[in-house]
Design a protein around this ligand. Structure first.
Ligand code: 5GP
Ligand code: MG
Length: 183
């Protein structure tokens, strides 16, 4: 285990087994119709790349980048820096894939954006859900693990840009996560 990690919430084998099951759930609900899978950069990159290898429907892969506005506003407005081309969304069924559902603002804003751009249907899929942190009304149709309110890293999730390459999900030791709560 990485020396900065205090404890592991989801091991590598638990994550891989859950993703295989999630893919069965997704295929069972969405069938074999064409799909656009949209991963949210950067955190969902590891998850989405493992997930799509279990999906059998013909799919396009696209990415979006969303970040909270910084500096003097607590509105929670999101800046969408990088969007899939319109033809990947318009009239298509979209599976929006993020690493974690926290306040729900990211998922809510992106679902609204894709519906506004004419997606036929939008489904949400997250590896992790922290239901106790929700501030906007938003859920995901497909959830890997529901977890406690702790700041986690690994398997795509970072703290100050680090730890994305860990194959498991863990909680940082307090001395390595001074400002994690405000991240
Ligand atoms: P939301 O908009 O739901 O509040 O936030 C979702 C985004 O916040 C995630 O895509 C992720 O980037 C970040 N986030 C929320 N909780 C955590 C966490 O525990 N660890 C890390 N590394 N990022 C988190
Ligand atoms: Mg994110």
């Amino acid at each position: 285990m990485h020396p900065h990690i205090e404890r592991v919430l989801c091991t590598e084998s638990e994550i891989q087994a859950r993703i295989a099951d999630l893919a069965v759930e997704i295929s069972g609900r969405l069938g074999d119709e064409p799909l656009t899978v949209v991963g949210v950069l950067n955190g969902a990159v590891v998850f989405v790349s493992d997930l799509i290898r279990h999906l059998r429907a013909p799919l396009e892969l696209a990415f979006v980048s969303a970040s909270s506005y910084r500096g003097g506003t607590t509105s929670g407005a999101l800046e969408l820096d990088f969007l899939p081309k319109r033809s990947s969304i318009e009239g298509r069924r979209v599976l929006l894939v993020d690493d974690i559902l926290d306040t729900g603002k990211t998922m809510r804003a992106l679902m609204d954006e894709f519906r506004g751009n004419g997606a036929a249907e939008v489904f949400g899929c997250v590896l992790l859900d922290k239901p106790s942190r929700r501030v906007v009304d938003c859920g995901a149709e497909f959830v890997g693990f529901s977890i406690e309110d702790a700041f986690v890293v690994g398997y795509g999730l970072d703290y100050r840009g680090l730890y994305r390459n860990l194959p498991y999900i863990g909680v940082l030791k307090p001395e390595h996560a001074a400002a994690a709560a405000s991240n």
